[in-house]
Ligand binder design. Structure first.
Ligand code: C5P
Length: 208
């Protein structure tokens, strides 16, 4: 067990969530999926009939009930799209900042995954990973996941959605998606789940 902070950033379906969870287990650290917080805000905006593109509506939704974090609807594509829209607003990001920051700096260390962990939330993290994969590889993964859940979307449809979300996450002014200084790049396009996890563990062991 190691008291270290590991930041894992990257786009949707890059494998960052799987990698973060596995690193947490391997190194005995607590894990926070920060995308879930933005998804809860997106879902809350929807449930309360607000406008995700309106900063005030989105800010009000950061007051979501804790129980919302258990809602399986948070995982679907619609909520992912809403999360990406509410997350462009600075007040929304600020409202979620303290909670993430506290998690990152707890005494035993932590693993956090998201878009801005290494750049904004925990710039002093011991290890920063930036996980990428081609849009084609990510779309294929998403398609398989959705097929398992019985959701049918075409591959081109999923690819278009990923491109749109990448563009929004990269182009936004507040905490845009980009590799942190000193981040280790990990391209998972050609790696299966186990190989990606193995590569991440090796990267952590090399640096810490
Ligand atoms: O990672 P996930 O797909 O769950 O994230 C959903 C959306 O939340 C992302 O598209 C991104 O716009 C936003 N997000 C963010 N900052 C984070 C985590 C997620 O802006 N740290």
């Amino acid at each position: 067990k190691q008291a270290m902070i590991i930041a894992v950033d990257g786009p949707t379906a890059s494998g960052k969530g799987t990698i973060a969870k596995a690193l947490a287990e391997r190194f005995g650290l607590p894990h926070l999926d920060t995308g879930l917080l933005y998804r809860a805000v997106g879902r809350q905006v929807f449930l309360t009939g607000g406008d995700p593109d309106d900063a005030e509506d989105a800010l009000a939704a950061t007051d979501f009930p804790e129980s919302l974090l258990q809602d399986p609807e948070l995982r679907n594509e619609e909520t992912g799209g809403l999360a990406s829209r509410v997350s462009v607003h600075r007040p929304v990001r600020q409202a979620l900042y303290e909670r993430q920051r506290k998690f990152a700096t707890q005494p035993g260390g932590a693993v956090l995954d998201g878009r801005d962990i290494g750049t904004v939330i925990a710039p002093k993290a011991d290890v920063k990973l930036f996980v990428t994969a081609t849009v084609e590889a990510r779309a294929m993964r998403r398609w398989k996941e959705m097929a398992l859940r019985g959701e049918s979307h075409s591959l081109p449809e999923i690819e278009a959605d990923l491109r749109q979300r990448d563009a929004r996450d990269i182009a936004r002014v507040e905490a845009p998606l980009k590799p942190a200084e000193g981040a280790v790049m990990l391209d998972t396009s050609e790696l299966d789940r186990d190989a990606a996890i193995q590569a991440a563990i090796e990267a952590v062991e090399r640096i810490r």
